[in-house]
Design a protein around this ligand. Structure first.
Ligand SMILES: Cc1cc2nc3c(=O)[nH]c(=O)nc-3n(C[C@H](O)[C@H](O)[C@H](O)COP(=O)(O)O)c2cc1C
Length: 351
């Protein structure tokens, strides 16, 4: 452990803050979706939303290609790393690597129900082991100055959600957790796939509100099934934060409203067209480094929902951007279909 003055000062600052405002709006960690290219795109839409990485296994950070797994562009900040694991010593080492790499938060996954994760005894099955989760949080807190947070479910399988969530929360709060993000439904570890576990177990938002009423000084954010900023604002009347997953990814245009609607700040771009154009230099960079344009453009397919020409935009991006050597001209071509259709509309009507 390094005991530099900067480290001690930043540790003091972070403990003074318990900064609930930092968690006010975030985009959820999503495997295969919120990779670094997706996050660059989301950052063009909102400066204020907190972004999360896909889950990275702590063991992979300790034993695997750490630099590659932790790589991000500083433009992505504020950025949190989500890790999966259940061994305090491994997690504390992983947390140290994450802090050194420049992440602003470490989030422990206590919500993933996949078989692979269960076999490794982490993710949602940790809802049964609140004391172990507390030990994991304590071990990470002892290593780093940045916030350590937990993303969990209401409970799993036959657990009573009143008891299971309180026990998990109490153990992590005792360990100094900086915020809890609660996916407001149970996970069923037997019989449901991860995808089914995102919509079949019923949502129970009032359960999360009760948790906040019981632990008023702990920053608590809610996640699950929130699809509009109006819904997000309604939750913010009860809680410190909202986290959107599928809605933010599938309809990223809603992120353009976040800075104004949630934070009262000017958005970075006026509209989807400006956000898409802001991706051009990134596409040039990808092309120059031999990375297919598709790695970025695949995350942009949902941008123009409901706009005339959106289908042609999606078709061009989805097919052309996969071609070897494809670059920003593919995006230009896709965007041209939108504007051409938009421009054509009044003339068509006039005719
Ligand atoms: C494709 C996909 C991948 C996901 N991967 C993760 C993950 O790595 N870590 C995690 O905590 N949750 C993961 N989730 C769950 C989301 O973070 C979120 O909790 C869930 O989708 C419910 O929120 P929503 O209704 O706003 O989408 C994933 C969800 C999706 C759709």
């Amino acid at each position: 452990m390094r005991y530099t003055i900067e480290r001690i000062l930043s540790r003091q600052a972070s403990s003074q803050m318990k900064d609930a405002a930092a968690f006010r709006f975030s985009v959820a960690p999503m495997m295969e979706w919120t990779d670094r290219f997706c996050r660059l795109f989301h950052r063009a839409l909102t400066r204020e939303a907190r972004l999360y990485t896909e889950m990275v296994a702590a063991a992979a950070l300790v034993h695997g290609p750490r630099e590659k797994l932790l790589a991000f562009d500083p433009q992505e900040h504020p950025l949190a790393l989500q890790i999966g694991g259940a061994q305090p010593s491994e997690l504390s080492l992983a947390a140290r690597f994450a802090e050194d790499a420049g992440y602003r938060e470490i989030n422990l996954n206590v919500g993933c129900p996949s078989d692979r994760v269960q076999n490794a005894r982490f993710g949602a099955c940790l809802m049964r082991e609140p004391n172990l989760v507390g030990d994991c949080v304590a071990a990470m807190k002892a290593q780093v100055a940045i916030p350590v947070t937990v993303k969990c479910r209401l409970g799993i399988d036959e657990q009573d959600t009143e008891e299971a969530l309180d026990r998990l929360a109490d153990a992590t709060v005792a360990a100094g957790v900086d915020a809890l993000i609660v996916h407001a439904r149970k996970a069923w570890l037997e019989g449901l796939s991860p995808k089914e576990n995102r919509h079949i177990p019923p949502l129970d938002y009032p359960r999360v509100y009760r948790l906040k009423a019981r632990l008023p000084s702990v920053p608590i954010a809610i996640n699950g099934g929130i699809s509009t900023l109006a819904e997000a604002k309604a939750h913010l009347a009860h809680l410190d934060g909202v986290m959107l997953g599928r809605a933010a990814y599938q309809n990223p245009g809603l992120l353009i409203e976040v800075d104004w609607e949630i934070f009262g700040k000017e958005p970075p771009v006026a509209d989807g067209m400006a956000a898409a154009r802001a991706m051009r230099p990134h596409l040039e960079r990808l092309l120059a480094s031999g990375i297919p344009a598709h790695r970025l453009t695949r995350h942009m397919l949902g941008l123009f929902q409901g706009v005339p020409g959106a289908r042609a935009y999606r078709r061009i991006l989805a097919s052309e951007a996969r071609r070897p050597g494809a670059g920003p001209e593919v995006l230009d071509a896709a965007l041209a279909r939108l504007s051409r259709v938009e421009e054509k509309l009044p003339r068509d009507k006039a005719a």
